[in-house]
Ligand binder design. Structure first.
Ligand code: ATP
Ligand code: MG
Length: 250
């Protein structure tokens, strides 16, 4: 039991959720290592949402509202930390959720499916019983994508994705939105819109931005996306980190 007065309470709470998910078979052991990497970047970024992450959230909200066939891709880490928020987001934009695992096993797929069913998800794809298409350039179970989901999606939100898969999805012409605390990862650099923030803050912020922008006309939404530059946004995160630790606090 972590005491609320502990100075690292929030961070320790997330760690406990990740460890618990590992014990329940939702997360692969390497998912805990991925969390640790994210945690380190969160620490460097001051553990709060930056102005550039807010800009990326706004562009992501506009892209998701304009999408004809959006899909949210979920893995073990996302399931461990924000299952309810993912379902709320999916309902907000009426989109499908697809389980998409790097270390895919039937046991983990059904453990994740159960978590989403328990929080009233309506349309969860990616299980082992439905029709699949292989994503070119990827091998084995990592290449699996649902025929009704990621395979035909125009916009895919893939938090905490692996670089290889992100690259192949972009090659297929998808507008890729990611949430990744590491501004240097291949996924962060490959995606069209990278939200450099912790998923536990980014998803609620995304829901709020979608609620605010939903009534906007399409030309305003297109304008928001066109004026967003992912490389510049990533640079802003790196500048933020370096200024923070060289005495020029932003
Ligand atoms: P890439 O394959 O894109 O080069 P990688 O191999 O370094 O990245 P992966 O394990 O493939 O890393 O992806 C996990 C990513 O998720 C990491 O970049 C990590 O920083 C990020 N991450 C981990 N936990 C969180 C979190 N809670 N919120 C946002 N990002 C996170
Ligand atoms: Mg990787």
């Amino acid at each position: 039991m972590i005491h609320k007065d502990h100075p690292r309470y929030e961070s320790l709470k997330l760690r406990a959720m990740v460890v618990d998910a590992y014990k329940r078979g939702i997360l692969a052991d390497s998912g805990m290592i991925a969390h640790g990497r994210g945690e380190a970047f969160d620490y460097l970024l001051g553990e709060k949402t930056s102005n550039n992450a807010k800009k990326a959230v706004k562009a992501a909200a506009a892209a998701l509202i304009l999408a004809e066939n959006p899909v949210i891709s979920v893995n073990g880490n996302t399931t461990a930390l924000v299952p309810r928020e993912i379902v709320k987001l999916a309902k907000e934009i009426q989109c499908k959720i697809e389980i998409n695992l790097f270390y895919r096993t039937p046991e983990r797929i059904s453990a994740i499916e159960k978590v989403f069913k328990d929080v009233c998800a309506e349309n969860v794809l990616g299980n082992d019983h439905e029709e699949k298409e292989s994503i070119k350039g990827l091998e084995g179970p990592r290449s699996s994508s649902s025929k009704e989901g990621i395979y035909i999606a125009d916009v895919v939100l893939v938090p905490l994705e692996d670089g290889d898969r992100a690259e192949e999805l972009v090659k297929l012409g998808k507008l890729l939105i990611t949430i990744d605390l590491n501004p240097l990862s291949r996924t962060a650099k490959t995606a069209s819109i990278t939200i450099v923030d912790n998923i536990v803050r980014a998803i609620p912020n995304l829901i709020e931005a979608i609620q605010e922008l939903k009534g906007a006309d399409p030309s305003t939404l297109h304008q928001i996306i066109e004026s967003f530059n992912n490389n510049e946004n990533i640079q802003e995160s790196l500048i933020k980190i370096s200024k923070k630790y060289t005495g020029v606090e932003q």
